[in-house]
Design a binder for this molecule. Sequence first.
Ligand code: NAP
Length: 516
Amino acid sequence: MIALQSYVGGQWVAGTGTPVPLHDPATEAVLGEVRPAGVDFGAALRHAREVGGPALRALTFPQRAEKLKLLSALLHEHRDALIEIAGRNGGNTRGDAKFDLDGASGTLAFYAGLGKALPDGNLLPDGDGVQLGRTPRFWGQHVYTPRPGVALHINAFNFPAWGMGEKIACALLAGVPVIEKAGTPSAMLAHRIAQLVVDSGILPEGAFQFVAGSASGLLDLLGPMDAVAFTGSSRTGALIRGNPNLVARNVRVNIEADSINPAVLGPDVESGGDTFEQFLANVAVDMTQKAGQKCTAVRRILVPQAMVGEVQEALVERLRAVKVGNPLDDSVRMGPVASRDQLRDVRAGIDQLAAVADVVLGGKQPIAEKGYFVAATLLRARDAEAAVLHELEVFGPCATIVPYDGSAARAVGLCNRGGGGLVASVYSDDRAFVEAVVQGIAPWHGRVWLGSEKTHGQALGPGAVLPASIHGGPGRAGGGEELGGLRGLHPYLQRTAVQGDRAVVAKAFGLDGSTA
Ligand code: NAP
């Protein structure tokens, strides 16, 4: 049994307060504990601001990129041991754990590659310069510089590795020290990664601190140069956004919250074709990978009325073939949900959906004597308008077929009922349909993923978040944005318009010194 500690102020610190047990969700065995209190957040912030930040900014973008490359290699080197922890404390199958860990190391490597090509130093020109005066003598140039603050990263339980990896990649490359707060139920993996990072000595002291337990009180100490990047539920996101200190001091806050992601099957798609197969495969993966605990997983499956029968039958067949059990067994394809609380919430959510939809597979009944297991659960809506279908995120292996009339307008209307989403996927080979749907749903979604015959087998499905594309979404998805190449650094950089003599401005701060 391990008691997780926090790494703050250059040392590991034991928590205090009532212990929260950490479980193996497959067996319910207690593996460790986290104590919520005991961290001196004021000292942690000082350490980051006075030691970590200056040390990071003494390096150039390419030098910090080199650190990310080493961190990526570090995760890769310890991959097998980390996979095992994700299996025990996270309920992850080997495939689930690889998705999380390779997502982390891949994102770190991606930003290492981007950073290598950035200018030496700590200044990034933003676009071309522009004439601001009567003659070109008076010139303006936007530039980005690292903010001398701290990045507080509050992560959700479902991606302990990737969630931390993608956030630290952007902040550290930008030159801002991080404090990582792990989601408690699966914190053992994040904790082990933190130990590896600290022991490796790759990062300068103070650049990386780790909190196991509660971050309560920390938000109240943040200032105008700091940034909060939160990933979790809409409910907690709203609490953080409304924190009076963050509001009063205009602390930057990025919220990545939940989303009732739709997948739309176009009316032109015929069963048996590549587009149909891609649609089925992606929906089935999203429902069962990580036991459906992905913020990007499909929750609403929009199917033209005439195809509902065959889609239902084909999905049921695929989902039935997924072996559920202890994820440490290599033949198992879906493990349990992460905690007893998750199990309770998922069952209650299925109940709420079942009030407006028929359960065609699975349901909330227990499927094992021990462990937090939920069957893959497919429902079919009786009333496509029912609010709960579009508003309730059941964070488990659960999705609902929502019949529609096959028109682009109706598909758009139903997708947007989600109130703002992380990702919508559209499967069709009819360009007019695709264009109409994309135009209609783009303002309400951070990402739109198009499936077609031409793309079958070409890429990961819509559930995968890739560092080159933005991740986030409007409205209930949190209104935030992460990743997207260099855009991912922006929360940690200040953009400033420098105005003056063109000879100085363009040469010192412009993209091309020769324009002076
Ligand atoms: P959660 O309960 O909202 O918790 C998220 C994080 O916030 C955890 O680290 C939690 O710590 C912390 N927290 C809770 N209350 C807080 C408070 N008052 N002040 C500061 N921090 C607080 O979410 P979860 O159950 O971990 O994660 C599942 C949810 O996250 C799902 O709704 C999913 O859709 C969403 N999610 C979104 C994304 C995305 O990128 N958009 C990605 C993954 C997950 P404790 O664990 O210690 O309570």
